[in-house]
Design a protein around this ligand. Structure first.
Ligand SMILES: CC(C)(COP(=O)(O)OP(=O)(O)OC[C@H]1O[C@@H](n2cnc3c(N)ncnc32)[C@H](O)[C@@H]1OP(=O)(O)O)[C@@H](O)C(=O)NCCC(=O)NCCS
Length: 241
């Protein structure tokens, strides 16, 4: 399931906070003129999952509305959490940016190894929606959202999502750089995403990082549901160290 445009609005090295922070500073010097206040970027733990799902659902509220209707954020978070916990390795493929103890950004990606959720587990996770709510959720997932299966060498992005209060500070760029690093270390040779053509912020960000726009396609169903008339596929080969 994928989110392309929100509300109009992972070395042989350890993935330690200190290394991430210093690497962010180095790469910041090379690629941007942003001021990046101390933000720690690190893989998440199981204890972080609820905060991650909350930020993701807040940032992509428009995208998830068709599936959830007007149900409270809390319900949506509990359902996403249950679906994620039903996977083999729920925390894999997620990096988070923290300022003090506040989660300010996340990036998520899928690979061919990312565990799928079994139908029986999904239905259990969706139970709070009731029968009609479950039907709606499944229908929207099957018809509106993009179900993408990454190739063996590929990492497919399902983010990033930066808290609206923390945008424009270089956090998205830093998260993307650390994601590329983690993905490369996991043995993947390229990274990809689908982005709504009207998401100029993310297109600008990835252009800066050297991504190539591979194709652009009309998306009538998503246009009707979200006002996203086209999607753009972006890709970047990752240098093998
Ligand atoms: C897109 C997003 C991740 C950018 O995060 P951010 O932390 O604000 O971005 P940064 O501060 O790191 O900006 C890095 C570069 O991205 C580009 N950029 C960021 N915001 C931009 C905007 N509003 N308009 C145009 N370009 C923008 C710029 O090139 C910027 O470099 P510059 O400031 O030197 O010009 C953030 O706006 C976001 O979370 N949006 C909603 C979720 C989303 O769309 N995710 C992508 C889904 S496919």
């Amino acid at each position: 399931m994928h989110t392309l445009n929100p509300d109009r609005d992972e070395t042989g090295e350890d993935l330690t906070i200190a290394k991430f922070s210093s690497r962010i500073a180095d790469e910041q010097d090379r690629t941007a003129s942003h001021r990046l206040d101390p933000v720690d970027i690190r893989p998440i733990t199981a204890a972080d999952l609820e905060a991650v799902e909350t930020l993701y659902l807040q940032v992509f509220a428009n995208t998830f509305r068709p599936a959830f209707g007007r149900r409270p954020l809390e319900t949506q978070v509990q359902i996403h959490l249950a679906l994620r916990q039903a996977r083999d390795r729920p925390t894999e493929g997620i990096l988070a940016a923290w300022e003090d103890d506040q989660l300010v950004g996340v990036n998520l990606w899928k690979t061919a190894e990312t565990g799928a959720v079994l139908l029986a587990d999904s239905l259990r996770a969706l139970a709070p929606l009731g029968p009609l709510g479950i039907l709606r959720f499944l229908l929207v997932h099957l018809t509106v959202y993009i179900r993408y299966k990454p190739a063996a060498e590929e990492a497919y992005l399902c983010g990033p999502a930066i808290a609206p209060t923390h945008r424009g500070r270089g956090i998205g760029l830093a998260l993307m750089q650390q994601t590329e690093h983690a993905v490369r270390e996991a043995g993947k040779t390229y990274i990809s995403a689908l982005v709504a053509s009207n998401n100029l912020a993310f297109r600008g960000l990835v252009q800066k990082l050297g991504y190539r726009e591979v194709w652009i396609r009309k998306t009538p169903v998503r246009n009707w549901v979200f006002g996203e008339s086209e999607i753009v596929r972006i890709e970047k080969p990752l240098k093998v160290n």
